[in-house]
Design a protein around this ligand. Structure first.
Ligand code: PXP
Length: 246
């Protein structure tokens, strides 16, 4: 199973001080340097989300990461004309379509592919025409998985946020939902990824989900990196994923 390292929070820290002047010569930490460290730690790909409000990653970060780091790039993006234009400029290897609300602290639910079928299908088609492989970030729900296949996305990323927030017996139920969605995705010929809220503790339950190709993990890795550095934090997460059997 591959690890996509989400670097958004590296930019979040920089923006906390330099939001008004990200080109300031003192601006730090540098997301590009973090990407190199993630690669050195064994990261298989890098994930960044350029949000409409540019609260963390900036367009220039995305372009530099694309140009300067020799790892596949996954661009998370809202389903908008602006983001489609940006994606066609950045030309990432993968794009993951996500819902985006200005008020949310982080992506709070899966994309409602059933409700936005027309827009999603058109965006998937435009990205695929540009040679970008498309993933849809969805809740582990039968209708959403089916709609994702209908939209001709090559991949789904199962939203593991409810699983991560669940406690006691609810955890088993959430793992069951994820297992069923992964099996359905596989049957429909989709690549199945997962992400959101995965950390060094709950990763053990994630390993129970079959057919996973890649996990996208950000917050816990960047938090751990404050103690041990990004290279080591990525290395530790890769080690935690190592026992996975498809
Ligand atoms: N996958 C998607 C689609 C996301 O939006 C996020 C959060 O940016 C992640 C994965 C990573 O989540 P976390 O930061 O909780 O690991």
């Amino acid at each position: 199973m591959l690890l996509g390292v989400n670097l958004d929070h590296v930019a979040t820290l920089r923006q906390a001080r330099y939001a008004l002047d990200p080109d300031n010569h003192n601006a730090e930490p540098c997301p590009v340097a973090a990407g190199h460290a993630a690669k050195a730690g064994g990261g298989d790909s890098l994930t960044i989300h350029v949000r409409a409000d540019r609260r963390h990653m900036q367009d220039a970060d995305a372009l530099r990461i694309r140009e300067e780091i020799d790892l596949p790039l996954n661009l998370e993006m809202g389903v908008t004309k602006e983001m489609l234009e940006l994606a066609l400029k950045i030309k990432p290897d993968f794009a993951c379509l996500v819902p985006e609300n200005r008020e949310e602290v982080t992506t709070e639910g899966g994309l409602d592919v059933c409700a936005r079928m027309h827009d999603v299908k058109a965006t998937v088609s435009a990205l695929r025409d540009a040679g970008i492989k498309v993933s849809l970030f969805i809740d582990p729900d039968e209708d959403q998985v089916g709609a994702s296949a209908f939209c001709e996305a090559e991949m789904i990323e199962l939203h593991t946020g409810c699983f991560a927030n669940a406690q006691a017996k609810e955890v088993d139920l959430e793992v069951k939902r994820l297992i069923e969605a992964a099996e359905q995705g596989r049957t429909l010929g989709l690549q199945v990824n997962a992400g959101h809220g995965i950390n060094y503790t709950n990763i053990t339950r994630i390993l129970e989900i079959p057919h996973l190709t890649e996990l996208n993990i950000g917050h816990s890795i960047v938090s751990r990196a404050m103690m041990v550095g990004i290279q080591q934090a990525v290395h530790e997460m890769k080690a935690a994923m190592e026992p996975y059997k498809v």
